[in-house]
Design a binder for this molecule. Structure first.
Ligand SMILES: NC(=O)c1ccc[n+]([C@@H]2O[C@H](COP(=O)([O-])OP(=O)(O)OC[C@H]3O[C@@H](n4cnc5c(N)ncnc54)[C@H](OP(=O)(O)O)[C@@H]3O)[C@@H](O)[C@H]2O)c1
Length: 260
């Protein structure tokens, strides 16, 4: 079985690679920089927008689309026609956006798809790392309650989907409980062994900052979404436990792994 892992140097992809290896599958990876490829894999150097070489002879692909628009997705997916595609998507895909557009494009090229719709990745909190070390995280909506998921749990679900029959399944991939963003910062402080407090940042200031790397539309949608989570926390799904056989890892465990 030949399984291609895209994003293999990233947070979820590196664990997908390790999980496949543990399951006895030698993965192929598509990486932009050969020097960054993990050990024990077959390497194709290239960009996700040009997948022809990487897709040759593969049975299945772990797909992430690292852009905020779906421009170019049709060309990138064409070489995977009829193959199994396990796509790292988002809960918001049901409302369209980039994840909804990529899901629609995947459905057009294959019937053998599995969508891992995550609420949010715990790794988003790495953006606070520098501030956390100074003792204060300044960001908007500390009371937004997010059921963020450990990247290892995403990878565990992905490996099951890549190696088993999960055709046509959209899994909601979440952490085990909603945790307010300010509480996430506090738990990072516990892991660091010193207090970390939360300082509310005006939403418009955050949007302006985030626009620089996400674009104005995407940044505004993200911040407005966090606002909605103050009253209505993100859902918690049983899918990680159902698919992997183990419970989703709590945020406190994620924080200890990344900040102790
Ligand atoms: N953050 C969230 O809460 C959230 C929620 C829902 C869905 N997602 C999805 O999760 C994805 C991120 O997954 P992740 O955390 O596992 O990855 P990540 O740690 O953000 O790393 C991105 C990966 O994509 C690779 N990459 C970037 N641009 C590329 C290109 N042009 N061609 C080939 N590879 C490229 C990077 O490789 P290099 O080493 O070459 O940079 C890296 O391996 C996002 O793109 C998003 O679609 C995220």
């Amino acid at each position: 079985m030949t399984v291609l892992v895209t994003g293999a140097t990233g947070h979820t992809g590196r664990h997908v690679v390790a999980g496949l290896q543990a399951a006895g599958v030698r993965p192929r990876v598509l990486v932009r920089d050969r020097a960054k490829a993990p050990d024990g894999v077959d390497v194709v150097q290239g960009d996700i927008t040009d997948t022809a070489e990487a897709a040759g002879g593969v049975d299945a692909v772990y797909l992430l689309w690292p852009f905020v628009t779906s421009d170019g997705i049709e060309k990138a997916l064409k070489p995977f026609e009829g193959k199994k595609i396990v796509y790292l998507s988002a809960m918001s895909a049901e409302h369209g956006g980039v994840w909804g557009d990529v899901e629609a494009a995947v459905r057009k090229v294959t019937g053998d798809w599995t969508f891992l719709r995550v609420t949010g990745l715990a790794t988003n909190a790495l953006a606070w790392a520098e501030k956390a070390r100074t003792g204060v995280v300044r960001a908007p909506y500390g009371q937004a309650k997010r059921s963020v998921v450990h990247e290892r749990d995403v990878a565990d679900v992905a490996v099951k989907a890549l190696t088993g029959d999960h055709k046509g399944q959209s899994y909601l991939v979440t952490g085990p409980e909603p945790v307010a963003q300010a509480e996430q910062a506090r738990l990072i402080g516990d892991a660091l062994g010193r207090p970390v407090t939360w300082e509310e940042q005006p939403p418009e200031e955050a949007k302006a900052q985030m626009s620089a790397y996400l674009g104005a539309e995407f940044a505004a949608a993200a911040v407005d979404y966090w606002a909605s989570l103050v009253e209505a926390p993100e859902p918690v799904s049983p899918d990680v436990a159902r698919v992997t056989g183990h419970p989703a890892r709590p945020f406190a465990e994620w924080a200890r792994e990344h900040f102790s």
